[in-house]
Design a protein around this ligand. Sequence first.
Ligand code: SAH
Length: 217
Amino acid sequence: MNVATRTIRLILDLRREGVTDTRVLAAIERVPREMFLPATFVDQAYEDVALPIGYGQTLSQPSVVARMTQALDVPERAKVLEVGTGSGYQTAVLARLSRRVYTIERHQPLLYGAEKRLEALKLRNVTTRCGDGSRGWPTQAPFDRVIVTCAAPFAPEPLAAQLAPGGVMVVPVGRERRDQQVLRIRRTAADDFHVETLWTVRFVPLVAGAAPEEARP
Ligand code: SAH
């Protein structure tokens, strides 16, 4: 089966999973997932599975990326903050949907790989940073949308504080891997947040603080 056929099948699978937002489906269709994986896993690029990307991290399964992106409901003019760049796959999907994406990753070698892929795809509306994303990006705040792609022990207050009025954050929360839920938090007023619990998930944990020194690949 070639990439075009696999992509069509993936899109049909996502529709069956309840992803109906045509902007989200079109963005996913235009990001070649095989580019974001180590060579050994390229064959599985269009299966609905999470796959290893090195440094103990994973590229989330396409249905999770699609549902989280749909839940984020990204307007075309949005300024988006992503915590946990990883391979850059979710970043690329967000870059296709928004005005600009600010993305933070704590592992320098992963960030470097993501930057190269985004460049190859000519996605120039992404600004990257290596560091601890749990503090957000204060000099670029406020953000219209915030997405966290690793599980926080509790809803991260500094990130909620960096939401613009009416802004939305989608974040997996939970200390145990088998007990995580995706929350959607909307800033309804300066001091008021509306929280919804969406679904159960399994994400790698958000780790606060800097990563150890790592060589670039
Ligand atoms: N969205 C990614 C998924 C990567 S997994 C993709 O599409 O490939 C989650 C990522 O969050 C990992 O790369 C991990 O290193 C990163 N991470 C964990 N804690 C972090 C923190 N405090 N700040 C920034 N990145 C973090």
